[in-house]
Ligand binder design. Sequence first.
Ligand code: ZN
Ligand code: ZN
Length: 335
Amino acid sequence: MKACVLKENKVVECEEIAMVQNFENHVLIKVKACGICSSDFNRVYRNGAYFYPIVLGHEFSGEIVECGNRVNNDLLGKKAAVFPLLPCFECEFCLQKMYAQCKNYNYFGSRKYGAMAEYVTVPVWNIKVIPDDMDCTVAALAEPCAVAVHTVDKIDNLNNKTVCVSGSGTIGILIGLIAKIGGAEVSFILRNDKKLDFLKSLGFKNFVYEGTESKSFDTLIECVGANSSLENCVKYVKSKGQIILVGNPNGDMTLEKKLYWKILRSELNVCGVWNSSYKNSETDDWDKAIDFLYKNSSIVSKLITNKFKLEDGIKAFDEMVNSDKLCIKGVFINE
Ligand SMILES: [Zn+2]
Ligand SMILES: [Zn+2]
């Protein structure tokens, strides 16, 4: 089968690789769509992969085309999204079904071969069947959308809350959409006007320009992972307010004393977000994410700004990084 292989730093080539044959408790998925995550740029351009060669891709969906031993054949022909984390099922967190906290996990597209390929073999536990009429390209947003659902779930009494998002990449925008539909008044912090018209086209009306005075908000959500963004979050939050940290840091995160003090004086509630809940008896962010994407597919499909073929290889990543056009989410599509 064809796959996009990261062979060494900055070298991604489409080539033939062998398919995995052992199917016990697994299904074979014909990949229809696989998103490029911001974490993939680190793997491709900054020596960020665990090993080489590797096939990247952890945000994907497709059609179940083969069922292994001990898998119900009714799944054949169904479309599915995939939870990309393979937990150990043995550690204290797995035993409590907090799989994102697993201390000994495997992961598609980072610790094992992922889905920038024609096919991928997936444990049946990791698949979420999606509606037959759901667009697989939209379903490839299930992973970032589950993180967004997980984030918004940390806000108590969302209705009428003022929520301000710092960072307008895929996850920041999905968080904004979910919070807005949940009844919050949503604003975005902007550095410049590059994404202004796009955000307006998604129905957002409130913007704060970095460095300007603004009213304060109940909840700030940090989705960049940069110092300036963290500083803005502390600046623009109300006393007794909440800061939710989502963005992966691109370096050390520091705060000047005055802002650190504000966390104390204003008794801010600061919390982190990691991944999403899956098949937990109390909450399953994936069910909510898939439902959200299905019901709002016309709006969320606007986030998919760049479509690629496996043959594009490194060109796909280069385009996402270098294009002057607005790039939110790039997705590899297999026709
Ligand atoms: Zn990702
Ligand atoms: Zn575990």
